[in-house]
Design a protein around this ligand. Structure first.
Ligand code: ADP
Ligand code: MG
Length: 256
């Protein structure tokens, strides 16, 4: 059975997409079969996997509206080693179109059920809002991976997400839980970041992943080459950290 995880945080620019593409590439590198689902109309995870969002014939939009299956709409990228269910601007319209439909929050879950045996991990890159798109992600997932920067308001920002997850758990998806918090863009030279990191561990214990993703310019450069950092420059510090994170996740997965 595939482990299905949302990469979510209601803040923009915290590293969701960077985490999704690099974790996908890292998991592929350690031998896992991975499907990346881009649920953000910006299509950054799609482009960052080397797939031109403007040239997608079928996308996650068609899957949500049940006019295509994941097998039909998924695009395999050999360079990155995983399959992408891509997104583009069209997806923004799905929000409105879904409102009319029955079981509108279960569309992705139903589509994933069909390809469950084909993958070890499904990673869903969520938009930075609680929309019908994010809700589809949360209803389909076993859990949420939360990338976060160790900044002053980090813990406060988490409260909203934790409440959302609790509500979805109570009403829509009894499986849903926080898989873990991933410290990203980390700079150990900044005392405040170390302090917040300690606070996180004190509050969330082993829900904080051991792997820490450093701030690393190679990770930021990679998308312009249409590659995850892990593929673009495997020896960069950030890439090494993401592969380590992938290993940690594989190790923890049986208990999730
Ligand atoms: P989100 O998907 O949450 O909006 P992104 O993954 O797009 O966030 O990241 C926001 C910006 O930060 C991007 O420009 C990205 O390249 C950069 N970035 C993300 N993680 C790192 C990192 N570890 N080191 C350096 N830059 C990073
Ligand atoms: Mg993003």
């Amino acid at each position: 059975m595939a482990k299905i995880f949302c990469i979510a945080n209601q803040k923009g620019g915290v590293g969701k997409t960077t985490t999704t593409v690099n974790l996908a590439a890292g998991l592929a590198k350690v031998g896992q079969r991975v499907l990346l689902v881009d649920l953000d109309p910006q299509g950054n995870a799609t482009m960052g996997s080397g797939i031109d969002k403007r040239e997608l014939e079928l996308s996650v939009y068609d899957v949500l509206l049940e006019s295509a299956t994941i097998s039909e709409a998924g695009v395999r990228t050999e360079k990155c080693g995983y399959t992408v269910l891509g997104a583009n601007r069209e997806l923004a319209g799905a929000e409105v179109e879904l409102v009319e439909l029955e079981r509108r929050d279960q569309r992705l879950k139903n589509a994933l059920a069909v390809v469950d045996a084909e993958y070890d991990f499904v990673l869903i890159d969520c938009p930075p809002s609680l929309s019908m798109l994010t809700l589809n992600g949360l209803c389909a997932a076993h859990g949420v991976i939360v990338p976060m920067q160790c900044e002053y308001f980090a813990l406060e920002g988490l409260t909203d997400l934790v409440n959302t997850i609790k509500q979805v758990h109570a009403n829509l998806n009894r499986d849903l839980k926080i898989i873990g918090l991933l410290r990203v863009m980390f700079d150990p030279r900044i005392t405040l970041q170390q302090q917040v990191s300690e606070q996180l561990k004190a509050h969330f214990g082993d829900k904080v992943f051991n792997a820490v993703i450093p701030r690393n310019v190679r990770l930021a450069e990679a998308p312009s080459y249409g590659l995850p950092g892990v593929v673009f420059d495997p020896s960069a510090k950030g890439s090494v950290a993401f592969v380590e994170f992938a290993r940690e996740l594989v190790h923890r997965a049986p208990a999730m």
